[in-house]
Design a protein around this ligand. Sequence first.
Ligand code: 3PG
Length: 389
Amino acid sequence: ILRMADLDLAGKRVLIREDLNVPVKDGRITSEQRIQAALPTLRLALEKGAAVMVMSHLGRPKEGVWSAEDSLAPVAARLGELLGREVPLVKDWVDGVEVQPGQIVLLENCRMNVGEKADDVALAKKYAALCDVFVMDAFGTAHRAQASTHGVIRFAKQACGGPLLMAELDALAKALDAPARPLLAIVAGSKVSTKLALLSNLVTRVDQLIVGGGIANTFIAAMGHPVGKSLCEADLLETARAIMADARARGAEIPLPTDVVVAPAFAADAPATVKKVSEVGADDMILDIGPDTAAAYAALIGKAGSVIWNGPVGVFEFDAFGKGTEALARAIAASPAFSIAGGGDTLAAVEKYGVESGIGYISTGGGAFLEFCEGKELPAVAALKARAA
Ligand code: 3PG
């Protein structure tokens, strides 16, 4: 892949696709991780003397209509504060943008353009016509084959990977393709069904796989233990057993919880009780791993060479059920292993426990991070490779 860092951008019109799809509530940005992650790329392009146009989507708006709710206006304002200069938001830009070298503008939500999601060729050609160089830097959207992520790469005069995209790909390759061993993955979340591809691929690569949340409950049930009222996919017990058998055949471990934290209801103030896995009652809901399990997992993390973390192992939004996730977060931060964390809830946990500085790489990807870890080729990355070939 051609890298932005290798190109002379002085005086060039540079269109940079970022993923500035940040959570916005009542017009306020609630997590600006993706904006922060894009800043070095934008600063570098400006330093190199480019005329910078930044393109991003926000949410999933209806195409062909502008709506205040889906406007990038709050992002333009925040970008301006962080860069220490005004960042104008350009509302109508598909047919041309006025921007001079050394200036930066943000283009309104590209998903408002008709044809964006369908990867329309005519639209992609219009994007391409805006610039001399197209920079794909939106790792978080690299799994979408859309006009602003994939189509434009095919038609731009020059197309390259931006520093953030390349850093993400390098970190993921370090953790997945040539990891320091043992390689340990934590995959947690409510459902086995939504993480089946991830579990199936990781089991072929890792030395240890820790499962958590509803996924762990399904594995616990598959081993014949009662799970009471816990979130569990009863129709996937056979699948869970097949994954465990596959792991065993490959010499990988899936250590299941030996104790759990249960409650009679899913609520912040529900009384939390630690129980052995074999003693979970009919009215219990498993909402976290227990202290013995957390200690055992933390010990494994301490001995790992690489750690991939996706998903909190308990209902960490409720403090009484966040101790397991906190223990693992702290173990990852304290471990000498190269660690990578990705996925929306995971980043919320990283932020809650303040362990950012202890994580080797924090991915800006949600779906893109998962698809990469599933072993899938990301369409935008494939398009960049094809251009470079
Ligand atoms: C994300 O938040 O995962 C990316 O910005 C992609 O958004 P999408 O799922 O709406 O394509």
